[in-house]
Design a protein around this ligand. Sequence first.
Ligand code: FCB
Length: 467
Amino acid sequence: MAPPTVFARINAAPRPTPVFGPGFVWGVATSSFQIEGGAREDGKGPSIWDRFCQQPGRIVDGSNGDVACDHYHRWTEDLDLIAALGVDAYRFSVSWPRVRPGGKGAWNEAGMGFYERLVDGLLERGVQPYLTLNHWDLPAELQDQGGWAQRDTAHRFVEYAQGMARRLGDRVAAITTHNEPWVVAHLGHETGHHAPGVKHRATAMQVSHHLLLSHGLALQALRADGCRSRLGIVLNLAPVYPATDSAADAAAARLEAGLLCRWYLDPLLRGAYPDDVLAHLGADAPKAQPGDLAAIATPMDFLGVNYYSRNVASADKSWHKHDSGRVRTAMDWEVFPEGLTDLLLQLDRDYPLPPVYITENGAAFHDQLQAGRVHDAARSDYIARHIDAVAEAMRRGVDVTGYMVWSLVDNFEWAWGYDKRFGIVHVDYTTQRRTMKDSALWYRDFLQRQHAARTLQQRQTATGNAQ
Ligand code: FCB
């Protein structure tokens, strides 16, 4: 079967497209709860996700994060895999209850030691650590006191950020405060599909405010401490297209983009919540205190963008009944790479952007491990086409500085459990054996060509400078 066009274009290029300069950062990403396991080891406290998994019916396959990919014990093997891929960076997250079990009070030296060894192990292998502080596994004890709905949690988060930065800030290239605050607020507190399983819109909006506030306060505290890592946040963003040309669908698309994207981008990059969304929320709008918005708008060194698919909005919500004819992933997400170009161009047009990293992009498919191989051409194709979409945005002027595949390994996909496999490396959950899928081999070869082109470029620049 002939490979799809864009895939062929990338593969067949005599040299990789020069748009990715020498400083462009290629990476892979994971998060603590999804891979670590070691749920009760060495003094780790429970997180809200440990608790959530214990509630019947919350996780589709009834699973939990007790063992996950057993990364807590197999981290050296995983670092070797990362190094074998030839990536520049590894994006991982710290489990807050592993380093400070109750969210406040005593720190857990054993937990700190784990991340210290992980960071040092990455550096020894020439891989830059990209650390995320909150990839959703809030200490359960803080939830008992109200969790993100409480303003106090924002202050506890700042302490946690400072503790980590003081310990690791001299060695990690970047620190992300939060991963996808929309997911924590909306899925965690409005629909209740994620931990802590609350269903209350006003609470969800207050949570979003506290997440943003804690981000801004943490940036200020870390900078005051002299932290030299680049500091930013990661948002899940998507372009929202109206289903038809009707004015009603255009309005629906604008509101959906307002709730998903502008609600976060406007305060972060412009210092104000969007008026139309505030009006839509009415009494459910969050309560902010004087000075909060200024703190939230503290300048960032980067913005992380997680992109998987586009959104299509219609006033009567009918789009979901239509079939666009595009390939869909095992998550039933439409494969729509040009949406990433559109999104990046839109962001660049609408906001004073710091440098952007694509901090997550990838796909779940129904993989088969056969005779030691996983032939996941659809995943390689997905990644290649999205890299091409990034290149297109860069050619058109957007300052994108990195791209990271979600995910290094198959892992615990939240409420879906282990059934949805996003890894470029297959994990056999019975034996914990890792096997590079064809997509990992493809990414490794692609990066080799990128690095070769980079070296050539650098040589040419050096020769040019010498002349
Ligand atoms: C993102 C999450 C990540 C993973 C991917 C598929 O929303 O940040 O943990 O679940 O989706």
